[in-house]
Design a protein around this ligand. Structure first.
Ligand SMILES: [Zn+2]
Length: 299
């Protein structure tokens, strides 16, 4: 199954690269936050920023479809909690999303506000990813109708459009941050992240350093992607529980073993499902949310 996924993913990437080069506008004035970065790595990062968005759209979608089939064959095992983990990327006006070619991974900010109002009025309790991880590990209960909100990739629109709603309804929120991309155009600054984090509502977690596909890089690169991101989060925010989201949803046994052996509490995948179990704490399941009412996603 993993081999098939890899083949499909690799094929998609190869097919997409020429399209992506034409489709994504270059980002002038790109500023990198690593002072001692080499120009070679700098070029690599610029390329990553250009391609990450649209590649996300294609690869994570195909991964979710494949994983759903796999998930349907898997019976929950171990200590389990019914806690949906919602997955968002961009929150911004639909008109901006159209201009920026980001519609597939955007929830309109007005729609998002309605979705959060629904959660607040329906008795849901938002919890952080580390609360969920600890409850699963220690076999503890969470409040009834607990739910987790995750936002991948650290886009600036989260600060501009989602954060006001998060404060309005006092929601616990989890941001999955590719730390090396911060401070670039359309990405959060560390200052914005610190401000949100200090509210006590927003937690930030590891989404690798350069949004690398961890399943397709060397062992050394995989380890440095994970460790550099973790160090930068801790350096900038003071603390960051060791929880990771896999870029492009790409997982391997080698990576989950590495995380387990290096003190990670949990990791989130793009596999669909709302029941979370300690037996797959390194591939927790998520529900991708679009512009429909939350009730249509089983929430
Ligand atoms: Zn991502």
């Amino acid at each position: 199954m993993i081999k098939i996924k890899l083949l499909i993913t690799t094929g998609l990437l190869i097919l997409l690269i020429p399209v992506l080069d034409k489709g994504i506008r270059p980002s002038p004035n790109t500023v990198l936050n690593q002072k001692n970065i080499t120009s070679k790595v700098s070029n690599e990062i610029s390329q990553i920023i250009k391609t990450v968005e649209a590649t996300n759209q294609q690869v994570e979608r195909s991964q979710t479809q494949l994983s759903k089939e796999e998930n349907n064959q898997t019976k929950p095992a171990g200590y389990c909690l019914n806690v949906p983990i919602l997955m968002y990327h961009h929150i911004q006006p639909q008109s901006t999303a159209i201009e920026k070619w980001q519609t597939n991974f955007t929830v309109d900010n007005g729609t998002f506000d309605n979705q959060m109002a629904y959660l607040a009025s329906s008795g849901y309790t938002t919890v952080s990813l580390d609360q969920l991880a600890l409850a699963l590990t220690n076999h503890q209960a969470l409040p009834p109708k607990s739910i987790v909100l995750t936002f991948d990739d650290g886009y600036e629109d989260i600060y501009t459009y989602a954060y006001p709603t998060i404060k309005k309804y006092q929601l616990k929120t989890n941001l999955m941050i590719p730390t090396g991309l911060m401070e670039n155009i359309d990405y959060l600054t560390w200052s914005q992240l610190k401000e949100m984090s200090s509210s006590g509502l927003v937690s930030a977690y590891n989404h690798t350093w350069s949004h690398a596909n961890l399943a397709s890089v060397s062992q050394t690169k995989m380890e440095s992607e994970v460790q550099t991101a973790q160090r930068q989060l801790t350096d900038n925010l003071g603390t960051s529980p060791k929880i990771l989201a896999y870029p492009y949803g790409q997982i391997s046994q080698n990576i989950t073993n590495y995380l387990s052996q290096n003190g990670f509490l949990a990791a989130v995948s793009t596999i669909g499902g709302q029941i979370q179990c300690n037996s797959f704490i390194m591939t927790l399941h998520r529900t991708r949310i679009g512009n429909s009412p939350l009730s249509s996603y089983g929430i």
